[in-house]
Unconditional design. Structure first.
Length: 765
């Protein structure tokens, strides 16, 4: 959910532009809040969302009031940096480059830390070498060597902590950098004093002990944790990288009568494009010549290839398997379906669901609370603890500061959202906003449109029934009746007529143009086919034409009762038979609805079709409640009525008439095979158009929120349990203290654990 600026709420929806950019330097949830607040203060900003896991900021703003330069200045003014754009680089490539540069920097610093840290650890136990005579060292020389090794680690390897702490301190704030910088500096400075001014320490009754290796180990371990986090963040965006990689780099176009390979970005709308067997379709288009089976699994998640021929639509990124296609480009560049999918996924990955606010709110109070806890720990040990009190006070204070770093809390929600939306895209489920992903797991009622959602949305010819006592008999009579009816209907452009013609051709029947044709809108047609007078239409039409189709009465009732539309046929003035045309139920619809009901969801059909047909279809697929004969403007009202009953409603539909209901529902699920306006109104988009995707989307939502709750639990439980341990609460009873080195290791492990748990969503089925 985007964070709205109260003073700029009025700008929402008014010609807003979007600015998305990587942000370098963010380390915890406190950083996220700081960047968001800075962006919201810019005049003209309507919404700002910052994602820690993706290391990105996304802003909606009024271009006439604010500019990208203003937004960049706000980010930098908050103490963070916006990487420069290289020539020809888009936001995705820039983010990937920034990610790689961050990993390289961390690796270099870690190498220095390890190379210097290992001998530092050895020299911290100089007594062992001096005792056996292998390396005679005085205490002062040993301390000097430790200082020389520890200083580069403290101020070069750990420089990022000081920079981060200074930036936020200038704004009167704190973050995890503050905790690390403060904790390690205390250990380092105490060691310098103890090494070169030991009388100051012994004068306070303290034992002289150096903590150079402790400070160095903390810095190296925290950096190691950040390195693992950075690697894991790279994995969360793999789905987007795969999607981007689906588009070929070049396209084969026909120019000046010859085929030529050109860069993909040079293809323009209207150009003729050639795809050979085994090649990827470069842009969206409509087939002009050729036939092939096309693998569209990247788009729909369905593994079965689809037949394509003249008039068929093809999508960039899909693959032609066994034929050559010549098609006309209809969408190129950022307008292609693949580019829109990538944009939707990236926007969803950067969004923040309501549950994500919990970590932000806690983080805003957490760091100051930890610093207060560390100070209380120091004072308690210094005034109430055993000797050497100062040493105990310092060590336990450092442990509290280090172990409380809130990295895990900041990563708990965005990492899960990133992985889930990426995995959803691979399965043909596009999540348009993280808030929808959270809301979907609360859904208890699923409302389904009939046409195009439960059914195929395309009328098909079914039965051919002959009139009792008519002129046509047995199978050959059925084929002849269908030939006459289809030939008569071939002069009409009505969808039902098209279904009859298409059905006849699919059954191997030759359809000829009628010698004479007259259409009466809404009733039927008169035609002459092969010298015979043919009437095709509804019952009232035949009766108006003076034909008494009494023998068709039972057939008409049975067809209508089964959810079909009966079409009466008369030949040479006599009722000859009836055709059944129906919008067939999708093959997987009954199983999908059984699955939804098995998930504890109420399933309702909402349709503008007549009640008899709707109830027949509902009975076939296992839906018990039907709301029929609803006009488009009333569909949204029906959704509101369900919501007024306290239900959390998901609406699935594919037509223009479904758009208001999709927008009104708590979660709108658009069938990606439907109208563009319906897709735009949906919160979730099922690219395959199959009803089973509704259950998949809700299951993905439930799995994601379960994963987020697990992450938040472990992040919070970790701090709640280990901060008291670091403060020394176990010492009076068990004489147990938490070494600051182990505290640093535990802090890094908590972040890695949260990210690793989120990555389990990549295995969602």
């Amino acid at each position: 959910m985007r964070v709205k600026s109260p003073i700029n709420e009025a700008h929402a929806g008014k010609d807003l532009a979007r600015w998305t950019t990587p942000v370098a330097g963010m380390t915890c949830a406190s950083c996220v809040g700081r960047v968001e607040r800075a962006l919201r203060k810019v005049p003209g900003v309507a919404a700002a969302s910052v994602n820690l896991a993706a290391q990105t900021a996304s802003v909606e703003y009024l271009p006439r009031v604010a500019s990208a330069g203003d937004l960049r200045a706000a980010v930098e003014g908050a103490g963070y940096s916006v990487p420069d754009v290289l020539p020809g680089e888009d936001p995705v490539a820039r983010q990937e480059r920034t990610q790689q540069e961050e990993e390289r920097t961390l690796r270099s610093q870690l190498r220095v830390g390890v190379v210097l840290g290992v001998p530092l650890l050895l020299f911290s136990h100089w007594e062992m070498f001096s005792g056996n005579g292998s390396l005679p060292l005085s205490p002062f020389n040993a301390a000097l060597l430790q200082l020389l090794l520890a200083t580069p680690i403290q101020f070069y390897v750990g420089a990022r902590f000081y920079r981060g702490a200074w930036v936020v301190a200038r704004h009167g704030s704190t973050d995890m950098n503050t905790l690390v910088a403060l904790g390690t500096s205390v250990a380092y400075l105490y060691s310098v004093i103890a090494a070169f001014f030991p009388t100051l320490v012994t004068a306070e009754g303290l034992v002289v002990h150096l903590y150079f290796e402790t400070s160095a180990a903390i810095i190296v371990l925290v950096l190691l944790g950040r390195y693992f986090e950075s690697r894991a963040r790279g994995k969360t965006s793999e789905a987007v990288k795969k999607l981007i990689g689906l588009a070929p780099k070049t396209a084969r176009v026909v120019r000046d009568g010859a085929e030529a390979d050109v860069p993909l970005e040079s293809v323009v709308v209207g150009e003729r494009v050639v795809v050979r067997p085994g090649e990827k379709v470069p842009v969206d288009g409509t087939v002009a010549e050729g036939r092939s089976t096309v693998d569209e699994s990247m788009l729909t998640g369905e593994p079965i290839p689809v037949e394509k021929g003249p008039g068929s639509a093809v999508t960039g990124g899909t693959m032609s398997l066994d034929g050559r296609l010549l098609f006309t480009a209809t969408r190129v560049g950022k307008d292609t379906v693949l580019s829109r999918i990538v944009a939707i996924v990236r926007e969803a990955q950067g969004s923040k669901p309501p549950i994500g606010r919990l970590a932000d709110v806690i983080a805003s109070y957490f760091v100051p609370a930890v610093m207060a806890a560390a100070l209380l720990t120091f004072l308690a040990w210094y005034f109430l603890g055993p000797e050497p009190r100062g040493t105990y006070a310092m060590v336990n204070m450092i442990s509290v500061l280090i172990i409380a770093c809130p990295c895990a809390m900041g990563l708990a929600t965005p990492t899960s959202i990133m992985v889930a939306t990426g995995r959803g895209a691979e399965l043909g489920i596009l999540v348009r906003d993280g808030a929808a992903l959270e809301t979907a797991q609360k859904v208890d009622t699923v409302v389904l449109d009939k046409t195009g959602t439960v059914t195929k949305g395309k009328p098909e010819l079914g039965e051919v029934r002959l009139a009792a006592g008519g002129a046509f008999r047995e199978e050959e009579g059925s084929r002849e009746l269908l030939r006459l009816a289809a030939s008569a209907e071939s002069g009409s452009g009505h969808p039902l007529a098209d279904a009859v013609v298409r059905g006849a051709k699919n059954r191997g029947i030759d359809v000829a143009a009628p010698e004479a044709f007259l259409s009466v809108p809404g009733q039927g047609i008169r035609a002459t086919v092969s010298g015979r007078a043919v009437r095709v239409g509804n019952l009232a039409w035949l009766e108006a034409e003076g034909i008494a189709p009494a023998t068709l009465g039972r057939d008409l009732q049975e067809i209508a009762g089964a959810g079909g539309t009966p079409i009466c046929v008369a030949v040479d003035g006599t009722a000859a038979g009836v055709l059944s045309v129906a919008d067939e139920v999708k093959a997987g619809a009954p199983d999908a609805i059984r699955r939804l009901r098995g998930m504890g969801l109420d399933v309702i059909m909402l349709t503008g079709d007549n009640r008899r047909t709707a109830e027949a279809v509902a009975a076939e697929v296992g839906i018990s409640r039907v709301i029929a004969e609803v006009l488009p403007d009333r569909k949204a009202q029906e959704i509101r009525a369900l919501q007024a009953e306290g239900k959390v409603v998901a609406m699935a539909g594919d037509g223009i008439n479904d758009a208001p209901a999709l927008a009104q529902a708590d979660v709108g699920i658009a069938m990606g095979t439907g109208a563009d306006i319906a897709v735009e109104a949906g919160d979730l988009v099922l690219m395959g158009g199959e009803l089973g995707g509704v259950a998949d989307a809700i299951s993905l939502s439930r799995a994601t929120l379960r994963n987020i709750r697990q992450n938040l639990f472990w992040a919070f439980a970790y701090n709640v349990v280990l901060i008291p341990v670091a403060a020394g609460v176990l010492y009076p009873s068990f004489r147990l203290l938490l070494n600051p080195v182990y505290a640093a290791a535990a802090m890094g492990l908590s972040s890695v654990t949260v990210v690793t748990n989120a990555l389990r969503l990549r295995r969602f089925r």
